[in-house]
Design a binder for this molecule. Structure first.
Ligand SMILES: [Zn+2]
Length: 277
């Protein structure tokens, strides 16, 4: 699933091609991709509007429009947004096309049909419950500590909770916990102050590195020009197939399920009991 670095890359790479351009038409091959309003009203209200901005919040992509409305995307498991020339041939798994002026169109490709679009006046009706942005200045170690205090859930599950921190999912939670040497099943409240500070640094570090590498193409993630990101080549534990060894200590990487999410970690670098240095 695309997480913060993937959606940030898509935002950065779409922005220069979309801002200032007008929506000349919309084609829906799968009406279920429109969550709000009705498919008919969605097309009616969107056509003719100019895109004035492209932003990201958590894993959501937000287009600002001249009317003040927002066109919001969530790519879920297998969605991608691809920029194509207007003359491009139809492809498999395209659920919607936003036609733009200047001979460009935007494909919403989604093999599993889980992606969603909304056209709304109030952005907060969709993203209002998200936690802080982990790369913003107001996300401090103290903020993370407050959010983990009194939480008995496994820290892996807490990191993936979008109301706790926005944009971190399965891959980057595993990477951040490995970097911070914290076992994924430890409880939020059981972490020491030093561990929370280390985890805070690790979250920012793994996200920044992955943005620099244009996201991780482990599943069906593509950049808008159809090329792949390279962030997964630097993964230490996430999405490791069984039989891989820890790049730090050489121990076999283990896979466990944490709240139904496949979770990879090094049992030696990330011991189950807290370490005291
Ligand atoms: Zn190790």
């Amino acid at each position: 699933m695309p997480e913060l670095p993937e959606v940030e890359t898509i935002k950065n790479e779409l922005l220069p091609h979309l801002v200032g351009h007008r929506v000349s038409g919309v084609t829906l091959f799968w009406e279920g991709i429109v969550r709000q309003p009705t498919a008919e009203e969605f097309c009616f209200r969107l056509i003719g509007q100019e895109i004035t901005g492209v932003a990201r919040r958590g894993k959501y992509l937000i287009f600002s429009l001249t009317s003040g409305e927002k066109l919001i995307f969530h790519l879920r498991m297998t969605g991608s947004l691809l920029l194509k020339p207007a003359s491009a041939e139809p492809e498999k798994f395209i659920r919607a096309i936003v036609h733009l002026d200047k001979e460009t169109k935007l494909y919403f490709r989604d093999p599993r049909k889980l992606g969603v679009m909304w056209l709304v006046e109030d952005t907060n009706s969709i993203v209002g419950k998200l936690g802080p942005e982990p790369l913003e200045a107001d996300f401090t170690p103290q903020v993370l500590a407050q959010r983990l205090t009194n939480r008995i859930a496994p820290v892996k599950a807490l990191l993936c909770d979008q109301t706790l921190i926005a944009g971190v999912g399965n891959m980057y939670a595993d990477e951040a916990l490995f970097t911070a040497r914290i076992h994924p099943l430890r409880s939020g409240k059981g972490l020491s102050q030093d561990e929370v500070e280390g985890l805070h640094n690790a979250i920012q570090q793994v996200l920044r590195t992955a943005i620099g590498n244009k996201g991780a193409s482990v599943d069906t993630y593509f950049r808008p020009d159809g090329t792949l990101g390279t962030a997964h080549f630097e993964f230490k534990v996430a999405h490791r197939l069984s039989g891989k060894f820890c790049p730090v200590c050489g121990t076999l990487i283990e896979r466990i399920a944490v709240r139904n999410r496949g979770t990879y970690f090094c049992p030696r670098c990330q011991p189950e009991k807290a370490r005291f240095y």
